[in-house]
Design a protein around this ligand. Structure first.
Ligand SMILES: *Cc1c(COP(=O)(O)O)cnc(C)c1O
Length: 435
């Protein structure tokens, strides 16, 4: 263990200092590495597919800032766009040309979006889209899926209640039970449970909110026909279908999961990739719904830094790079090679591993069964994941420090990065099963 300490000495000192001033030493919980029983690595800089820590160590990065860095870190065109924007001033609180330019790109890319509102975080996008859905339908109840994450606003920090399709219960102190009761939590990939929710709460459900590919419990892809069934249930019951594409938008296809699966949402939430690594997110849908937002309509929503000029410049540059030919083919072939290599390495080491992958997001679950919902995820071998994570980190591969998170492949990863990652995995699988 002493060896490990020496190699991360500066990170450990930085963490101790941070813990004196920041609750838990971080500004977002997962960064504390609580899921892997070792201290966090402090990052000094990043370029392409690499992050560099404060101890001077280099890693192949599969976190990608939790999704945004699909082009790799510090892409020169994005950095240039940011520099150019910064030189003109950092914030005006007034409309700018770049906001319309970004809206145009989003509307062109996403078939179900005619109008869009820019905000600063995914949390804000989902919170605002749900307010709009409630106003539009005149109903209060929301259906969400266990294991899907929609940011940290009160209505979504809610766990399943006692029975399927019953009222939810607060999953964080500070969330009023009265509010949690308006959220009904059902299992992912279970359209019958959503149908039951509509039966149990007639004329009460404003919206069904779902990650079309779940990516916050590891990656869990939608079962055949699941998204279409949600679409049909919403139509039959006068509710809106909200796709939270904060991860999947511009990730699993340029037009998001709705392009990939051919099912359209009424409202779509975007974030992560569309900010190009800066704080920017959005929600959008058809004009008849979006025009209910102030100042066109009466539903209040606002933000001092919404459509910030620097974030907007990074966003436009990022989407223009992603619109170039063959980006998604390249992401697919890199990610498929990674999937095949990891599966092969695990099989050779005798490690049961179920890999779920949709495009450039993937997860390896330490289990020997299919993983289709949060209950399945919770039965995987977390101790084995922790040993695997530590082995990969020591071999220069930076994975998400939690068994419940995805790996993100970027356009900056090279074939040789993938090969090196697979080699590190061959060795790490050995130590994961023979600690
Ligand atoms: C990250 C995420 C959010 C929250 O976005 P923030 O920018 O962190 O507030 C919401 N929904 C999904 C699906 C996410 O992955």
């Amino acid at each position: 263990m002493k060896d490990t300490h020496d190699r991360h000495a500066r990170s450990q000192a930085a963490y101790a200092a941070a813990c004196r001033l920041l609750p838990g030493g971080v500004n977002s919980p997962v960064r504390a590495f609580g899921g892997v029983d070792i201290g966090p690595v402090f990052i000094a800089s990043a370029r392409g597919a690499r992050v560099f820590d404060v101890d001077g160590r280099e890693y192949i990065d599969y976190v990608g800032s939790w999704g945004p860095m699909i082009l790799g870190h510090a892409h020169p065109d994005v950095i240039a766009a940011i520099h150019k924007a910064v030189d003109r001033g950092t914030s005006f609180g007034a409309p700018t040309l770049a906001e319309t330019a970004l809206a145009e790109r989003i509307v062109d890319a996403m078939a179900s979006i005619e109008k869009v509102r820019l905000v600063s975080s995914g949390t804000e996008a989902v919170m605002s889209a749900v307010r709009l859905a409630r106003a539009f339908t005149g109903r209060d109840t929301i259906v969400k899926m266990a294991g899907c994450y929609h940011g940290h606003s009160d209505s979504f920090l809610v766990a399943a209640g006692s029975g399927v399709a019953e009222h939810g219960t607060a999953s964080s102190p500070g969330v009023p039970q009265a509010l949690a009761k308006l959220t009904v939590v059902v299992p992912y990939n279970d359209a019958a449970a959503v149908a039951a929710a509509f039966e149990n709460h007639p004329d009460r459900i404003a919206a069904v909110l779902v990650e079309p590919v779940a990516a916050n419990m590891g990656v869990v892809s939608p079962a055949e026909g699941y998204l279409a069934a949600l679409r049909r249930l919403c139509d039959e019951n006068g509710a809106l279908l909200i796709f939270d594409e904060v991860i999947t938008g511009f990730r699993v296809a340029f037009g998001g999961a709705q392009e990939l699966y051919g099912v359209h949402a009424d409202l779509t939430c975007l974030g992560k990739i569309i900010g190009g690594g800066l704080p920017l997110a959005a929600f959008g849908g058809r004009a008849g719904i979006m025009d209910r937002l102030a100042p066109a309509g009466k539903v209040y929503q606002a933000g001092t830094l919404s459509g910030n000029p620097i974030a907007t410049a990074a966003a436009v540059a990022t989407l223009d790079l992603l619109a170039r030919p063959r980006c998604y083919e390249r992401l697919e072939s890199l990610s498929a090679a990674l999937e095949t290599g990891l599966a092969d390495a695990a099989a050779r080491a005798g490690v049961p591993l179920t890999i779920n992958r949709v495009g450039s997001i993937l997860s390896g679950f330490f289990c020997d069964r299919p993983v289709r919902n949060f209950a399945d995820v919770q039965t995987t071998d977390i101790a084995c994941f922790k040993r695997f994570f530590a082995g990969m980190l020591e071999r220069g591969v930076y994975l998400a420090p939690s068994a419940y998170e995805a790996m993100f492949v970027s356009l900056a990863h090279t074939d040789s990065d993938i090969e090196r990652t697979i080699q590190a995995a061959r060795e790490s699988f050995q130590t994961a099963i023979h600690p």
